[in-house]
Design a binder for this molecule. Structure first.
Ligand SMILES: [Zn+2]
Length: 207
């Protein structure tokens, strides 16, 4: 049987021990760094997103349900109905979805898209642009996009609103935030007002 140092020199053996020790220290350091960065990430304010994809789609699709899209081919119809209302959340633009009293980039985006839609000659393309505008319009009306509330309250509220619509408007949303003064509510009338707003502030401005 080999002795502890076998045929190797004590120096080589010591070098190995030292290497192993440093390796352990490094692993430990990396583990701590990963945990620290994870916490730092969780503590960062989440970028304001929006209503969930389902809510955006159903608002837009309800607003245009009586419009005739039969002149548009199948691919563009699918883009109008399903891509346009969620596209602004996919293109990396996370800043322009809010509307505070003195700073409302969401409505600036709406106006920018309305101008673009007015200039577009093709009806189907026009509708595709308006679908994107409906996203910013709906986001501008989301209570946590008009007033800063704790992040978990914001996300949970918008998720609950999606579920509420999906469940056919049973038991409206009433979410209390960490700050007791902040209560976010959403009911059927709010939904109908959003649909009405998309019709009057978006579609009728262009078509
Ligand atoms: Zn959004």
């Amino acid at each position: 049987m080999l002795s502890k140092f076998g045929n190797r020199t004590a120096f080589a053996e010591m070098k190995d021990y030292l290497y192993e020790y440093l390796q352990i220290l490094f692993d430990d350091f990396m583990k701590k760094m990963i945990i620290i960065s994870l916490f730092a990430f969780l503590l960062l304010p989440m970028p304001a997103l929006s209503w969930d994809g389902y809510t955006h789609k159903i608002l837009w699709q309800t607003a245009i349900k009586d419009m005739d899209l039969s002149g548009c081919d199948k691919t563009i119809v699918n883009k109008i109905l399903n891509t346009a209302p969620v596209l602004p959340d996919r293109n990396g633009d996370k800043r322009n979805h809010v509307c505070y009293s003195t700073y409302c980039p969401a409505m600036d985006k709406v106006n920018e898209l309305l101008t673009k839609a007015k200039a577009e000659k093709n009806f189907c393309e026009k509708m595709f642009i308006l679908g994107q505008a409906s996203h910013y319009y709906a986001d501008s009306k989301s209570p946590p996009h008009q007033k800063l509330v704790s992040n978990n309250c914001h996300t949970n509220f918008e998720r609950d609103a999606g579920k509420y619509i999906k469940n056919n408007f049973t038991s409206s949303v009433n979410r209390k935030c960490r700050n007791p003064q902040d209560v976010l509510t959403f009911n059927r009338t709010d939904f109908e007002n959003l649909v009405k707003g998309i019709r009057t502030e978006i579609i009728e401005k262009v078509i």
